[in-house]
Write a protein that binds this ligand. Structure first.
Ligand code: NAD
Length: 339
């Protein structure tokens, strides 16, 4: 098989070569998208990461493609329905990092609740050794609202229990036995917005979660609450988020993901060639407003990024490819029904 790995790092290459010996392997640090197609295109299998965009143009440009795998839990960068209609199999990494992302979400929660970034920044930037203006609040006894009680959400709940927080949760498919086991209660979405001191998002990006938090419901959030998003940017309407921060509805936000975050990495291209969907330029501008707000912490989609998680991701991806070659189906096919 001819197998191409996109967005690959040097340390991964030797491991892949050992595990997939005998196959023709192609490695690049680049993303795969319609704008960045490689010269060589007769791959049987491609492995990508978040930031690649596997759409109609890319699928049409790879005539031999039989399997596309993503080394991530999120898969909204792949046109699944189209891949399926073209008889192209898919694979993903469902469970590499529930602890990894949950630990990061709590990092953002603590950074906001205790003003850790501001504390460090004050000392480093001004040399002023003073806690004046840096008062935070305890997590103990506060209510955490967890949106999405899947793998990551469940781990967040376990961590929250260690902080003696009350936990309420919302999920389109509640699991009552889980609530009993972990000691939380399910609520309606509106109840969660109104009662939570901290809201943390752990749903996939789907049509049903597009702008789950929006102009209509953001006003229902308890005044001064914190919002943490390590899921996907477009689960929150950016315009509504900016307004809620400006109006004091939200006390702060921790965002590892942004709508239109792909553009942030390469704004020079945007300036030179424009945005393919011009109406999204407003969101790009709003992202800059968010980054500059003192009560907002934005991190560059970094929640997955630990050495342990990356090793687990790579091993699952290789397993997806090996099982597809041996048995015709990836070990973890992307669940089309959930798309
Ligand atoms: P999961 O599939 O285990 O859990 C998702 C949960 O969301 C499920 O319980 C599901 O029932 C629920 N859900 C689905 N649609 C819903 C809806 N419309 N309303 C309410 N609930 C709904 O997923 P996971 O492993 O916990 O990951 C969650 C998301 O986190 C991923 O899809 C990905 O987008 C994101 N993620 C981000 C990073 C990062 O680096 N920032 C890393 C990994 C995953």
């Amino acid at each position: 098989m001819k197998i191409a790995f996109f967005q690959i790092e040097d340390w991964e290459i030797e491991h892949i070569k050992e595990q997939l010996a005998g196959h023709e392997l192609f490695f690049t640090k680049d993303k795969l998208s319609a704008e960045a197609l490689p010269a060589d295109r007769d791959f049987d299998i491609v492995s990508v990461f978040v930031g690649s965009k596997i759409d109609q143009a890319v699928l049409a440009a790879l005539p031999n493609l039989k399997l596309v795998t993503t080394r991530s839990t999120g898969f909204d960068h792949i046109d699944l329905a189209l891949a399926q209609s073209m008889n192209i199999a898919t694979g993903y990494v469902p469970g590499y990092g529930e602890n990894t992302v949950a630990e990061f979400a709590f990092g953002l929660i603590l950074a906001l609740s205790r003003k850790i970034y501001e504390s460090v920044d004050r000392l480093k930037e001004t040399g002023v050794y003073s806690y004046v203006g840096l008062r935070g609040f305890d997590l103990q006894g506060k209510t955490l609202g967890v949106v999405g009680t899947g793998r990551i959400g469940q781990h967040v709940i376990r961590i929250a229990k260690g902080f003696s927080m009350n936990v309420i949760a919302y999920d389109a498919f509640p699991k009552p036995e889980l609530a009993t086991e972990l000691g939380f209660t399910y609520a309606t979405f509106d109840e969660l917005l109104g009662k939570s001191d901290v809201i943390t998002l752990h749903v996939p990006y789907l049509p049903s979660t597009h702008h789950l938090i929006n102009m209509e419901n953001i006003g229902k959030i308890k005044k001064g609450a914190l919002l943490v998003n390590t899921a996907r940017g477009a689960v929150v309407d950016t315009a509504a988020l900016v307004k809620a921060l400006a109006d004091g509805i939200l006390g702060g936000a921790g965002l590892d993901v942004l709508e239109e975050e792909g553009v942030l990495a390469d704004e020079k291209t945007l300036v030179l060639y424009g945005h393919p969907e011009e109406h999204n330029l407003k969101t790009v501008l709003e992202n800059h407003v968010l980054i500059d707000l003192p009560n907002v912490l934005v991190t560059p989609h970094n929640a997955f990024n630990t050495q342990e998680a990356l090793q687990r991701i790579l091993d699952t991806d290789i397993c997806n490819i090996q099982e597809f070659i041996g048995q015709g189906v990836a070990k973890c096919p992307i669940p089309v029904a959930k798309a």
